[in-house]
Write a protein that binds this ligand. Structure first.
Ligand SMILES: *Cc1c(COP(=O)(O)O)cnc(C)c1O
Length: 402
C-alpha cells in the first residue's frame, strides 16, 4: 500500500462522505456489473430537465456566455428569483438580498462559513438531511439533534425545542417538506419556533428545496408567514435541483438579510467565484418561464406514493407516516432489527440495508444516515414498475428474517 506521509486536517476527520451518494454509487456499480438492482436510494427526480431550460443552456454556450459572472449570480437571475418569491410567496427581497450558488448544499455551506464558529450550537430536527451536521461541523460549530417522533408525525413543539435550546443556540435548520420523512411542519410548530427565535435572536435557516412537491390540499405553512419580523433573522434556501429536475446543473440560492448575503458573497468570492455561467442562464429560464413542470412532476408522484403506502401497510410490523411532501417514504423497520438471516443478525439499519441490497437487490438508504436508526429511506422518484417489484421484493426479504 502507498505510504501516507502527509497528515490530514483535523476538520476532515470529523466527517464522512455523504452516505446517500455512497449508496447510490454502490448501486450503480452493481448495476453496471449486470445485477438486477432496483434503486430506491436516489435523491433526485427521475425526470429530465425540461427542454426550454436545456435550450437556454445551449444558447448560452452558442452565444459565448462562458466567462466569469458577478459573484452572487447574474443580475437578471437574481431579479427573476426576487420576482418569483414576491409572486409565489408574497415576500419582498431585493436582488442584493439574494445569492445564487452552486446548488442548495453550497448555499448551506456558505451560510455556515459566514455565520457559525466554535461555541455556536445549531438545532437540527432529527431525522435530518444527511449534510446538515457535517456542514455545521466544518464551520467549527456544534450540531444539536432535536429528536422528532413518528407518533407526532415528525412535528416540532415548543416543549421539544426548549429541551434542546441553550444560551449557545445560534440557529435552527427547518426543512419542510422534509428529506427523509416527507413531513411538513404544522403552523403551531412554526409558531413555537418563531416565539423562541424572536426571544433569543436565533437565526432560522428554512430549507425550502421541496416546496413545489406538496400533496393533499397543498398546505405548506412557512416560518416567514408566522411573523413578518422574522425576515430579519431568516435565510430562505431554495434552488432548481428538485423543482426543475436540474441536480447536475448545480444552481441554488439563498434569500435573506443584506449583511448576511454580503458575508456569504465574500466567502463565495474567495472559494467558487460565481456559479457556472451556462447553468445560470438555464436556471433563469426555469425561474422566469412557465411553472407547470413542477406541478406535472408532483402529480406524477401521487399514484406512486399511494401505491407505496399501500404496499408498506401490508408488511407486518412496518409502520410509515404518510409523507405530505417531497418524494421519499421513511418506514419504521425496527420490528425487523435483531432478527437474522443465515446466522447474520440485523443489528441496525445499516445491516438491514446491506441485506436488502445483497439478498433482494434493493438499494435503499439506512435511517442511520439521517440520525434515525429504526428507519429506512425509499425514494419513489422512480418508475411505477420498479416500485411494484421493489415492494414485492421488500416484503419477501423481510419475511425471510427470523
Ligand atoms: C437535494 C436537497 C438540497 C439541495 O441539493 P442541491 O443538489 O445541492 O441543490 C437541499 N436540501 C435538501 C434537504 C435536499 O434534499
Amino acid at each position: 500500500m502507498e505510504a501516507e506521509i502527509i497528515t490530514l486536517a483535523a476538520r476532515v476527520k470529523q466527517i464522512k462522505p455523504s452516505p446517500t451518494l455512497a449508496v447510490n454509487a454502490k448501486a450503480k456499480a452493481l448495476k453496471a456489473a449486470g445485477a438486477d438492482i432496483l434503486n430506491f436510494s436516489v435523491g433526485e427526480p427521475d425526470f429530465d430537465t425540461p427542454p426550454h431550460v436545456c435550450e437556454a443552456g445551449k444558447k448560452a454556450i452558442d452565444e459565448g456566455f462562458t466567462r466569469y459572472t458577478a459573484v452572487p449570480g447574474i443580475p437578471e437571475l437574481r431579479e427573476a428569483i426576487s420576482q418569483r418569491l414576491a409572486q409565489d410567496k408574497g415576500w419582498s427581497y431585493t436582488p442584493e438580498q439574494i445569492q445564487v450558488c452552486c446548488g442548495g448544499k453550497h448555499g448551506l455551506y456558505n451560510m455556515a462559513q459566514a455565520l457559525f464558529g466554535p461555541g455556536d450550537e445549531v438545532l437540527i430536527p432529527t431525522p435530518y438531511w444527511v449534510s446538515y451536521p457535517p456542514i455545521v461541523l466544518l464551520a467549527g460549530a456544534t450540531p444539536v439533534e432535536v429528536p422528532l417522533s413518528e407518533e407526532n408525525g415528525f412535528d416540532l413543539s415548543e416543549e421539544l425545542l426548549s429541551r434542546y435550546a441553550t444560551p449557545k443556540t445560534k440557529a435552527i435548520i427547518l426543512n419542510s417538506p422534509s428529506n427523509p420523512t416527507g413531513a411538513v411542519f404544522s403552523a403551531k410548530a412554526l409558531e413555537a419556533v418563531a416565539k423562541l427565535a424572536l426571544a433569543n435572536k436565533w437565526l432560522i435557516i428554512s430549507d425550502d428545496i421541496y416546496d413545489t412537491i406538496v400533496y393533499g390540499d397543498g398546505t405548506l405553512p412557512h416560518i416567514l408567514d408566522v411573523d413578518k419580523r422574522l425576515a430579519a433573522q431568516t435565510l430562505v434556501l431554495n434552488g432548481v435541483s428538485k423543482s426543475f429536475a436540474m441536480t447536475g446543473w448545480r444552481i441554488g440560492y439563498t434569500a435573506g438579510p443584506k449583511h448576511i448575503i454580503a458575508a456569504m458573497n465574500k466567502i463565495q468570492s474567495q472559494s467558487t467565484s460565481n456559479p457556472t455561467s451556462i447553468s445560470q442562464k438555464a436556471a433563469l429560464a426555469a425561474v422566469s418561464g412557465p411553472q407547470d413542470f413542477p406541478i406535472m412532476m408532483r402529480d406524477a408522484f401521487v399514484p406512486r406514493l399511494d401505491f407505496i403506502m399501500g404496499a408498506l401497510a401490508d408488511i407486518p410490523g412496518v409502520t410509515c407516516v404518510r409523507p405530505k411532501g417531497a418524494f421519499y417514504v421513511f418506514p419504521n423497520i425496527s420490528a425487523y432489527l435483531g432478527r437474522s438471516f443465515n446466522g447474520k443478525v440485523m443489528a441496525n439499519s445499516v445491516d438491514l440495508a446491506d441485506y436488502l441490497l445483497d439478498e433482494a437487490l434493493l438499494a435503499t438508504v439506512p435511517g442511520a444516515a439521517f440520525g434515525a436508526d429504526n428507519f429506512i429511506r425509499f425514494s419513489f422518484a422512480t418508475a411505477m414498475g420498479t416500485i411494484e417489484e421493489g415492494m414485492r421484493r421488500l416484503a419477501e426479504a423481510l419475511g425471510k428474517l427470523s
